[in-house]
Design a binder for this molecule. Structure first.
Ligand SMILES: Cc1cc2nc3c(=O)[nH]c(=O)nc-3n(C[C@H](O)[C@H](O)[C@H](O)COP(=O)(O)O)c2cc1C
Length: 184
């Protein structure tokens, strides 16, 4: 299997159900993947160390919950710092050339909210043009994103049946992603 680096951008992993389930499933199916937990670095990314991890990987997965139609601020800052000029892009920035990028994420809103004319106005994929262009600028290959809708669970507010549904959906998400990674 290709060398995989999962950049995990949940700012509060202890409170996660959806992304935690995806990561646990992924780790079970693909034990050799490396997981970089951005919450452990906070807003002071370990730039040199993490750039080495990026260089060492063939496939980079951004795993995160959708916050305001994009990745959480923690991931955004990390990208700003590590995908630097002269490293990731620019005439001498070729460190990520040829690597594959996969966006793997969860939303709170259900599938029917992500349609033209719906509450979120667009298909989720249409919010990903920035990721696609980020990959293009860094000469990376942008692969099909993997995402699951309707993954919000608030303990004590939502019924247990929602929790069970989110866990089942996110296990399936983790298995699907593992299948993709194994095929690369
Ligand atoms: C600050 C914030 C912003 C959010 N923005 C969105 C959004 O734009 N679209 C959406 O569908 N869900 C949004 N959500 C819901 C989360 O995506 C959802 O709770 C998450 O995917 C569940 O994953 P987790 O259990 O790993 O936390 C937001 C949640 C928070 C806390």
């Amino acid at each position: 299997m290709a060398k995989v680096l999962v950049v995990y951008g949940h700012p509060a992993p202890g409170k996660s159900l959806a992304n935690r389930t995806i990561l646990e499933t992924l780790k079970e199916k693909c034990p050799d993947i490396e997981i970089l937990k951005l919450s452990e670095e906070g807003f002071a990314p370990h730039v040199e160390e993490d750039q080495k991890k990026l260089v060492n990987a063939d496939v980079i997965v951004f795993q995160f919950p959708i916050f305001w139609y994009s990745y959480p601020a923690l991931t955004k800052l990390w990208v700003e710092e590590t995908f630097a000029h002269g490293f990731a892009y620019g005439s001498t920035g070729t460190a990520l050339k040829g690597k594959k990028l996969i966006i793997s994420c969860t939303t709170g809103s259900p599938t029917e909210a992500y349609v033209p004319g719906g509450p979120n106005g667009h298909y989720l994929k249409d919010f990903f043009y920035n990721f696609q262009q980020l990959a293009a600028l860094c000469s990376m290959e942008y692969l099909e994103p993997v995402y699951s809708h309707g993954c919000a669970y608030i303990p004590g507010v939502m019924p247990e049946s929602v929790k069970d549904r989110v866990i089942a959906a996110c296990k399936a998400h983790g298995e699907k992603l593992a299948g993709v990674l194994k095929s690369l």
